[in-house]
Design a protein around this ligand. Structure first.
Ligand SMILES: C[S@@+](CC[C@H](N)C(=O)[O-])C[C@H]1O[C@@H](n2cnc3c(N)ncnc32)[C@H](O)[C@@H]1O
Length: 254
């Protein structure tokens, strides 16, 4: 196995069995859903980059309607199927192993497109452009993206993210990107920093503490990278975080 594959496999193993694979919060998400414009009865929903399905499960429960949940990892998709059965939501959720950037679904076939902590894998603007044709008229996209919260970015945070995710932008940058991709920005909402710790970094840290000490060098790198990311957020959670962008399709872009 090459190092890149081992790195990704180790990351997946580290996140396996966790409630979520990125920062998020169920009550925050419920509040967002309550703020959305009304959908047709039985809206058609997608959760893209769903991981093991924190979003998909909530969406299915909230709307009692069908959810197409897509992730590149078969491990997470299998976990989602198990969780959906345990929650009695399996009749609503279709869990698919696929590339969320290459979906061949019909144009205008989704009323609510949800994506938490995943668009960065394609690049925010590229993801929004790819997904734009899927949205029905009157549909809504709710997409979270790592964003700078200030123009006064300390060098340590800047340097870290230029290496880890050079596409990171300010909220103003991301609004422009969304407009270029064919959306109107209806609202934005920042995920509170305590949600990162309570629902993601906390469980992840417990997982790190339980790891077998005899790790391969690649696995040690994964652990060091994860700890560095957490330490940075501890110091700079007022400088960057996840912003949820609530977007509606501009009709003339179709
Ligand atoms: C940070 S996790 C977020 C997962 C989930 N939305 C959550 O909030 O718990 C990002 C997810 O995107 C998935 N992913 C990355 N690139 C992808 C692609 N091209 N197509 C589908 N899924 C992808 C990863 O497998 C991973 O599960």
């Amino acid at each position: 196995m090459d190092d890149q594959t081992e790195y990704i496999d180790t990351l997946i193993a580290l996140h396996r069995g966790l409630d979520r694979q990125g920062p998020g919060d169920i009550n925050f998400a419920r509040q967002l859903l309550r703020s959305l414009p009304p959908f047709p009865p039985q809206p058609r929903i997608a959760d893209l980059g769903c991981g093991s399905g924190a979003g998909a499960l909530l969406l299915a429960e909230h709307y009692q309607s069908s959810v197409l949940a897509v992730d590149a990892s078969a491990v997470f998709i299998e976990e989602l199927q198990t969780r959906a059965r345990a929650a009695g939501l399996e009749q609503w959720i279709t869990a698919i192993v696929a590339d969320m950037g290459q979906l061949d679904w019909p144009q205008g076939s989704i009323d609510l497109l949800w994506s938490e902590g995943a668009a960065y894998n394609l690049g925010f603007e590229q993801a929004l452009s790819r997904w734009r044709p899927l949205l029905a008229e009157g549909g809504v996209a709710v997409v979270s993206e790592l964003s700078w919260f200030t123009d006064a970015i300390p060098a340590q945070a800047w340097d870290y993210w230029q290496a880890a995710y050079p596409g990171i932008g300010s909220e103003a940058d991301n609004r422009q990107r969304a407009k270029r991709a064919g959306y109107r920005v209806v609202a934005t909402s920042r995920l509170p920093s305590q949600a990162w710790w309570a629902n993601y970094y906390g469980p992840l840290r417990s997982r790190l503490n339980q790891l077998n000490p005899n790790l391969s060098s690649v696995a040690q790198t994964v652990v060091q990278d994860t700890e560095a990311e957490m330490a940075l957020f501890q110091q700079f959670s007022d400088v960057y975080g996840y912003t949820f962008y609530i977007l509606s399709p501009e009709v003339e872009h179709r």
